[in-house]
Structure formats: structure tokens, C-alpha cells
Design a protein around this ligand. Sequence first.
Ligand SMILES: NC(=O)c1ccc[n+]([C@@H]2O[C@H](COP(=O)([O-])OP(=O)(O)OC[C@H]3O[C@@H](n4cnc5c(N)ncnc54)[C@H](O)[C@@H]3O)[C@@H](O)[C@H]2O)c1
Length: 343
Amino acid sequence: MADYDSARRGVLKGAAAATAFAAISKAAAQQRSDTDPRELNGQPVPEPPAERSAGPIRPGRGSMLSDKVAVVTGAARGIGRAIAVEMAANGADVVAIDIAGPVSTASNAVPATPEELDETVRQIRSYGRRGEAIKADVRDIAALRAAADAIEQTFGRIDIVVADAAIQRWVPLLEMQDADWRDVIDNNLNGTANTVRAFAPKMVARKKGRFILLSSMQGKHGTKDASSYSASKWGILGLMKSAAMELGEHNITVNALIPGLVDTALTRYEKRLSESIGETGRKDEQPSPQQAWDIRAPTVPLKVGWLQPDDISPAAVFLASDAANMVTGAEYEVTGGDSAKDI
Ligand SMILES: NC(=O)c1ccc[n+]([C@@H]2O[C@H](COP(=O)([O-])OP(=O)(O)OC[C@H]3O[C@@H](n4cnc5c(N)ncnc54)[C@H](O)[C@@H]3O)[C@@H](O)[C@H]2O)c1
């Protein structure tokens, strides 16, 4: 564990060094690396304007978010917190939004707390960046619009919005209460659409922006006994691709981040452990966490039982960076190799 932690700190120190290097070498790297004359039969081949290109090669450009303003929903803990903190570690000011309390009876996870949301802000600030918390429910679009206005006033602009807030429900279709379907769709799909609809006007006005929507591998295939969660995550992919088509003309990119199984409060309970090894064909009723890891890891190409939240966040940083200027309408999977089994 110590090696693991020091390796992660090394990555973050490396990012700081890359900032300095990027500044030093900026002048030297203003030109594209190729010397292609860009013509065909004497006729010039058009090039895109600067804002419609990832631009010339620069050290660290895929991990630098210097002075950008990011908003992350579901940021009190788990993957949302990792994304918020990793963005701060790479130069962004970050507003962390979370309900920080109970969401629905149709949630298997223990509710996040205001203390966890405060801890996210503490970690953001530990990288010398501005961090603020807003306690809000993504099902309430009026609250999100008020948050967008307040953030724009305080921070001057909004460059990046990550829609991460979600709940998960494991229950067979034949045993569902109405809330098991309705609340999961309302929270995950409608809440994500609310987030896009509330913040997009701010980006349209500035002709620049980034949306990163959290889907799931369960949004790419069916999930036995978790149909409402699976449907919500498929829906997010439809929303992402449609929004990318509509918002592209405003120079706004919209992409989906697709984690594999990650150890968070969303997944750390007995039913999820038995479901995770159920995918391997084993039917052990109540495996211990170690048994679940040992059964599942050999089936994953990179031989882990599950990933960590900060395995996911670097991909979010890339998608939010200028290096990803021309990436939109895309699904970005971080799964330890489970992706290799799906189309
Ligand atoms: N953990 C995994 O294995 C996994 C895998 C694939 C995708 N995901 C997705 O990643 C995202 C983060 O998941 P996580 O594992 O970190 O979960 P988590 O439960 O640890 O964090 C989710 C956060 O969202 C907040 N939230 C939920 N509903 C909200 C609402 N209506 N308004 C405001 N905040 C709300 C919660 O309070 C919580 O802090 C989710 O979209 C999830 O579907 C997770």
C-alpha cells in the first residue's frame, strides 16, 4: 500500500514538473511538428481554426488544466471526488456539487455526508486551487441553474462540467417497487440531462466548454437484476451523443467516461460483491471482499478485482484538457481490461 501511495504522489509531482516544463518550452513549441506543405496539386489544403484543433505538441498538454474552472457533481466521495481533486492537482479551480445526504429508498449505498463534501474541498485546496462546495440535488434543475449563475459570478466562467452523481439499485424486475425504476432513472438520467441543460447556456455564451458524463459498462450491456441502473447508463450514452451533435457548433465537447468496477460506497456492499463474481459464473452466496477479489481478478485482463477511483480520474483530466479539443461524442473506457470482452 505504501508503494502504491508513493507512486500516486509521484504522478502528481510529475504533473507539477510538467507545468514548469510546459511554460519554459512554450515558445519553442508554437509550431506543429510536421512540415507538411499542406497542398494538393498546387491547391492549398484547408486547416481548421486554432480552437478547432488540438494544436501543436506541448509537454503535459493532456494533463494540464491551468486556470480552468471545473464543476463536478457527485463530488462528495468516490469517482466524483477523485475527478475533482485530480483536476485541482492539474491546475483547475473546482466547485464540488453533491446532495450530501439521502437520495432515495432505491439506492443501495449509504448516503454521502456534508463532512465528506467538505473533505473534497479540503483536498482541492491542498493543491493551491480555489475550491467551493455547493449542496444541491441534480434532480432540481432550478437549483443547478442557480448554481451555474453563482459559479459564473464567483469564478468568472465555467470551462468544464462533469456529471457524476448517480445511485445504483440491485433488484429483479419482478420484485421492483415503482421507486426502484422511477427514482434511478430520474436521478441518474434526468439528473444528468438537468446538469447539461443547466450549464450548457454558460458555455454556449463563451463558445467553449467541456461536458464529461459518467456512464458505465452496465450502460453498454444488460445487467441482470439491475435493469433501471443499466437503462439509466445506456440513456446517458444517447444523451451524450445527441448533446455532442447539438453543441459541437458552439465549440463544446461532450463525452462519456465509462469506468469498470470501482471500489466505492456505490459498490462496497455484500450484494454487489456476490454480483461481481456472479459475472464469472460462480455462485458463492456471500464472498468476503478478499474472496470476491480472488475470484474476479483472474478474469480481468489486468488482473485486478476492481479499480480505484483515482484510476478513473486521469482520463477525465485528459478529456477536459485542450489536447482533447477534437474529441467529442465518444466513450472513454477505463476498466482494467473488461472492455476487451464487450463491443
Ligand atoms: N463504482 C463503480 O464501480 C462505477 C462503475 C461505473 C460507473 N460508475 C459511475 O460513476 C459515478 C460515481 O460513482 P461512485 O462509485 O463514485 O458512487 P458514490 O456513491 O461513491 O458517489 C456518488 C455521489 O453522487 C452523489 N449523488 C447521488 N445522487 C445525487 C443527486 N441527486 N444530487 C447530487 N448528488 C447526488 C452521492 O451523494 C455521492 O456522493 C456514477 O455515475 C456511477 O454510476 C461507478
